[in-house]
Design a protein around this ligand. Sequence first.
Ligand code: SAM
Length: 318
Amino acid sequence: TDSDTADEAVRATCDDASICKRFATSKGYWKDPYIQYFVRQIGERKAPEINRGYYARVHGVSHLLDSFLRKTTCDCQVVNLGAGLDTTFWRLKDENLLPKKYFEVDFPMIVARKLHNIKTKPPLSKPIIEMHSTDSLLIDGHSLDSDRYCIIGADLRDLPGLEDKLKKFQMNPDLPTVFLSECVLVYMTPEQSTKLVHWAADTFPTAMFVNYEQVNMADRFGQVMIENLQRRQCNLAGVEVCQSLDSQKERFLLSGWENADALDMMTVYGVLPQEDVARMERLEFLDEKELLQQLLQHYCICWAAKDRLKLGLSQIAF
Ligand code: SAM
C-alpha cells in the first residue's frame, strides 16, 4: 500500500544519516570508532557543506545530551526515539557518561538490522556485555535488553504499544529522563508528534526533550528541500511544524512542557567551541559559504524541559 511505501522510504532515511556520518568521520570531522560497524563502506564523497552540517548536528545534540547527563550526575535515563543506527550509547560508555539505562526505539525492521550488527561485531557487543551483571542477556530478532542498554522495535505513532514495551524493559518514569529525536518527528503528522511529545510530558515529571529537524521550510530553499525528499517518496507529514522556531517551541509549550528554546543551526554553529570549529573548517576547503549558511538556517535544535525534582534543567542551553 501507499503507506507501506511511505514507511519504507522513512526507514531508508536511517541509512542516509549513517552514511553521511560515516563519510564525515572518515574525513576527521569528529571521532566515531563505532559507525564503521554499521556502515562498512566509506561511500561516495559528500560536499563539505553537508559534512559541516552534520558536524553541527552531532555536536549540537551531544552538547545538550551531555549537559543533561552532567546535571543529573548520570542518575537518569536516555530515550532515543527513531535512533536508527546511532552510536551514542558506545560514545557515552567510553566517556564514562552512561545513564542508568539507555533506551532506543525504532521500527522493528531497523532494530533487527542493528541487532544483527551488534551480535556479529565484538567491538559493539563487548561493551554491552561488560556493563551487564548476569549471563542472561535478552536478545531476539527485534529487541535487546541488558542492564544499561535496551533496544526496542516499536512504532512511535502507537503510544500504548510504546509505553507497554518501555515498561516491560524497566523504564522508570520517576527517574530524570532525556528524550532525543534527530530527524524523526518530521515524518509524523503534527497530531502524531504532538501526542508523542504530550505523552512524554505526562509520563515523566522530570524530563528534557531534544529535537533536531528542519525549520524555515516556507521559503524557496525550504521548498526545494521538501521537493527533494518527496522525490524519494518520503512523506514529510510534519513539515507544518517546521515553519519557524516559534512553531517548533509551541509544539512543546502547548503539550505540557514548562519551558522550551529553539536555535537554528547557523546560530548553533556560531556558539559551538570555536577552536574545534576552526580545526574542522581546515579539513576541507569550502567554496560556497552561502550554501552552508542556507543549509544551516534550515535546520534547528529545539529543547524543552519540565523539572519536578528542581534539578535546574531549564538552565541547560548553549
Ligand atoms: N536518529 C537517527 C540519526 O539521526 O542518525 C536516525 C535518523 S533517520 C533520518 C529517521 C529514523 O526515524 C529512521 O531510523 C526511522 O526508521 C525512524 N522512524 C521514523 N518514524 C518512525 C516511527 N513512526 N516509529 C519508529 N521509528 C520511526
